[in-house]
Design a protein around this ligand. Sequence first.
Ligand SMILES: NC(=O)c1ccc[n+]([C@@H]2O[C@H](COP(=O)([O-])OP(=O)(O)OC[C@H]3O[C@@H](n4cnc5c(N)ncnc54)[C@H](OP(=O)(O)O)[C@@H]3O)[C@@H](O)[C@H]2O)c1
Length: 353
Amino acid sequence: MEALALRRGEETATVIEKPRPEPGQGEAVVRTLRVGIDGTDHEILAGEHGGFPEGDDHLVIGHEAVGVVEDANGTAFSAGDVVVPTVRRPPNGTNEYFERGEPDVAPPGAYHERGIEGAHGYAAEYFTSPEQFLVEIPAGLAPLGFLVEPISISEKALELAHSSRSTFDWQPESVLVLGNGSLGLQTLAMLADSVDRLYCLGRRDRPDPTLDIVDEIGATYVDSRETPVPEIPERYEPMDLVFEATGYARHGIESAHALAHNGVAALLGVPRSATFEVDGGEFHERMVLGNRALVGSVNSNRRHFQRAVDSLSSLPAWFTESLVTGVYDLGEFERAFDDDDSTIKTALELSRR
Ligand SMILES: NC(=O)c1ccc[n+]([C@@H]2O[C@H](COP(=O)([O-])OP(=O)(O)OC[C@H]3O[C@@H](n4cnc5c(N)ncnc54)[C@H](OP(=O)(O)O)[C@@H]3O)[C@@H](O)[C@H]2O)c1
């Protein structure tokens, strides 16, 4: 079968031939339909993130997948079911995090991430998976099923943010999303029905397709070149919730300065090393005297995937049509890695239903 892989020593992906995987006991064989591409895939190709499976000379990439069960192999699935795989796997049998269904909180060393670190991903014609790592989705969602994994990332971060405010009466009325990439835009769309006042920070000029989406959602665009994050409360309003999806290191600290009393910021970006000056006393006092919180969030578990299926079903068609700017066959995979301002979210199509 064909697969898209990064080979050791190379910086671009290559279509390779691999044997079709044989299922172990309790594993289903899944025919891959689509695999989404995100910033992590770009970072893997650039050698900035991830790692090869032990003893292998290549890593099959792709961690945002949707497929159709080809051979249920004695699992609870039936051939033809549409499924989305989760990402983390135990490196040696199992461990306490996986047994509790919480691999997303496992420390480094206690997990592999398929398509990212230590285990092959899903950008292949077929993959196998233990049934507990497959989430069934409605067949009608199959074309967009590759969005379930990224939406689950937002679900987990929002859950953590809400949990941190759960000891008192708290409903966010003003929300600022930092970043107009796919993660930021999908989170804006997820919040559109429940939040009164939404803001999205970017650094682009109009016309721009991501800013068109911000407008259509009804959010206010904040240009970080004119209004840096700490000035947002004065120019607009203090925010009950900040959702950081820029990966810009200053925003990790500056989010605290955009928060209202009792507000919380969820940090999701994965920045490069950055050194800058911070008034630590002011920051510390702001957090304490304002009952503010910062929560970091990575990965997601099955519960978040299940919630993401509901969220994906609720997103308006105009939004997903605008977000997904291209779906490409394996033969033209390079186009899925385009990085210009007209590209928002892309996917590879490995097979059709
Ligand atoms: N925690 C997790 O589990 C998890 C999962 C997936 C991704 N991530 C991380 O989340 C972040 C966002 O992901 P993504 O896929 O949406 O990435 P992305 O497509 O690169 O989006 C980032 C957006 O932030 C904007 N931005 C960056 N610096 C900015 C600044 N100083 N001011 C204003 N806007 C700025 C970028 O604008 P331009 O495009 O105009 O440059 C871009 O639109 C990344 O760091 C990614 O690694 C985390």
